[in-house]
Design a binder for this molecule. Structure first.
Ligand SMILES: [Zn+2]
Length: 81
């Protein structure tokens, strides 16, 4: 999937202090920024009201994965005998 990177007008790079060299893009709920003049790179979670809900959903998915692993072991175990 192509990610559109946009230059931030008037943004000054905190590392090389050049203006209009910072690009910004968003992917998977993370906001990225980098500089085309130096190797500055930054990433930060995009904060919004859905943050708590997202965290709960992630925890639930982890529990489901753990259950799947246990079930897989139970299925595979008799075959090994
Ligand atoms: Zn820079």
């Amino acid at each position: 999937m192509a990610v559109q990177k946009r230059f931030i007008a008037g943004a000054i790079c905190p590392r090389c202090a050049q203006m209009d060299r910072i690009r910004s893009w968003e992917q998977n709920g993370i906001r990225y920024r980098d500089c085309v003049s130096c190797d500055f790179f930054e990433q930060a979670a995009i904060e919004d009201d859905a943050h708590d809900e997202l965290e709960t959903r992630v925890n639930r998915e982890r529990e489901e994965q753990r259950t799947d692993t246990i079930q897989t072991v139970r299925i595979l175990d008799p075959k090994g005998r």
